[in-house]
Design a protein around this ligand. Sequence first.
Ligand code: ADP
Length: 816
Amino acid sequence: MRLQSKPSERPPRTSARDWQVLCESLQASVEDSECRYRQLIEGLPAATYTCDAEGRVTLFNEAAVELWGRTPELGKDLWCGSWRIYRVNGTPLPLDQCPMAIALREGRTVTGEEIVIERPDGTRRNVLPHPQPIRDLSGRVVGGFNMLVDITERKCDEAKLFATQEDHSRRMADAIEAARDRKALHESEERFARFMQHFPGLAWIKDSSGRYVFANEAAQKAFQKAAEELYGKTDNELFAAKTAIQFTANDQQALSSDAGIQTIETLEHDDGVVHYSLVNKFPIPGVEGQAALIGGMAIDVTDRKRAEESLRESEERFRRMADHAPVMIWVTEADGHCSFLGKTWYDFTGRTPEESLGFDWIEAMHPNDRAAARETFLAANERQEEFRHEYRLLSKDGSYHWMIDAAAPRLGDDGTFLGYIGSVIDISNRKKMEEVLRESQAALLEADRRKDEFLALLAHELRNPLAPIRTGLELLRLAGDDRSVIEEVRLTMDRQSQQMVRLIDDLLDVSRITRGTVELRTGRVELAWIMESAVETARPVIEEMGHKMTVRLPNRPVVLEADPTRLAQVISNLLNNAAKYMKRGGSIDLNAEQHGGSVVISVKDRGIGIPAEMIDRIFDMFIQVDGSLDRSHGGLGIGLTLVKRLVEMHGGTVEARSDGPDRGSEFIVRLPVVLGLLKETNNLDGQKIAATSKRRILVVDDNENAAQMLGMLLKALGNDVRMVFDGLSAIKLAAEFRPDVVLLDIGMPQIDGYETARLIRQEPWGSTLVLAALTGWGQEDDKRRTREAGFDHHFVKPVEPAVLQKFLADCKAATS
Ligand code: ADP
């Protein structure tokens, strides 16, 4: 409020009295005015006060006391001295920022700024101040007037009103929201149903008692029930007991777990096919205290299940096959690590899967083969190509076996490289066979070489005796009647032909023995006879070489179960060699001693000896220490082979000993003896060969020379002999001549010896005569054929005169 004074008119000239009266009247009027002013202020309904220019309170009304909460001391308290003032936002308001301070300082009315006054009792009031300056007549600010409107209550009411309005609008909003929610729920349910109908998997919901409340189309199809059949029914009412039990048990389990369960359920369709589903079952919490529902979602995994089963089956089949295969099957993955090894591998190596899978299988290889095997495998794996390699693998018995490992890439359906499948085969036997083959090939080559040498040797050896025979023939032609020359030539030719016969006999023997066709004619025989016979045979060569020979036999008779001729051949062969491989005038010891069940026969010389490296080989066929053709000893390198084979056929052994070249040799033969008395022997002792036989003999041979020579010999022995050179002539002549004995060649033109014999036997005069075959063939089969043709005897050409003589004597004995 601004106190304004009304401009006064010019005063009239007055007296002292007048002045006094005037002053008193003025005084009264001022007091009156002040009184009215005071009454005005006090009568104001709002808190009002005045202050001087420094802000000290000069006047206030009751409303102000009520607002401030105490009565200020006039002229002392500042208008703001006893309470605290804040802005509406609660921050303290500095004194110089107070509206009254601003009004006093700036001399203007300040309105509209709400402040908060804190009373001494701590209560706060919201106030709207209206301070304005009081000026004196000169316009100077001499104080201030302020009316404070307490708006605390009004603010409270406003707040209440506001709260009420807010509550109302919230309810409105809630109602709108609820309506919106109901609509949204409805839409959401519709969306859910549509969504679920089109979901390719099975989806269904059951209430807490297990009744279907929802099932999408896929579920209806899978359950083979329409919605109206399903809804409101339980599994027990819908499915077979086995299925229902399974479904219900899973529902119970799902209900008892917040997260639900995942399982495989089976359902047999009407066609009997069992379908598999991968099922998620879960509880759906009930709304507003209702019981929980059971949700189910599933996908049909029948195909996958079948594929898995068939994969498992095929893997099982593969595993069984791999485990029982005779080879070791293995499988690697694309990065090269081994993921499978067949049982055969573990059985062979004795290793465990931990020691074999991955890359550990390499440890089972021979250390020298590991690097190459690893390299081969990794290189192939890199190129994804087939490969095959060989290495040695350690078996559980500690031996290494050669293996061949072959592998082919495994490819996925899209052709991706998945690794390898391979097999390991034990080829150690094959390797050994290869080794044996290599050796036997070398042996064959060696035998072939020796055979070539032998043929050259044979030609040489046959030619050797032929040369003196031919020269002898020429000499005979020139000798005329000179009996001494004839006798010498005869002796030479006899020796040389004997040599040839021996060679050929040996050859035939070797061939027979090699083919296993030699038959021993065994019987009880005394060792002495065998030794004598051998000595007799070898004596000519020994004597010719001027050697001395000592023979020592056991004091008591030693009896063998043996073929005497063959054993005599053995000993005479050894004696012959002793004589051959020693300088003239050497000495030979022939000893025989009995040691328990064996007799040990030794032939010892002081000749050229045998090098140590040849000792074991000289019994092999065609082996000769001095292989050169210009040797002086002769022979074909088969004599010792014969010796060894014949001794072995008698259950004995033979060995050679020598201290080396020029230290002599010793051959030791061990034979089993018969312990007991000699009952019957094949001794020829005492059998005197008749000097003459005096038989009528027909000689038949297409080789006229041979026939003539034999005929002459038989004649010389005192027989009546005829000679013809073919079969038909033989039959014709025999019919007249009536021979006692016919010596008949086999290989003849027109009709051969067999046919001739058969025809002779058919004649009445031919049944009793003695028919003897003369042939170059001496095999068992040849003998059988001659026997079948009607022959009584079989001689292999050339026949020894002594043998012939004995034969004729026997014939005589038989016929006389
Ligand atoms: P051949 O005497 O016909 O050569 P053998 O089979 O009888 O054949 O003998 C084989 C080889 O053994 C002879 O060539 C000879 O080198 C050696 N040999 C045999 N007997 C003796 C021996 N008593 N002294 C030295 N070497 C011998």
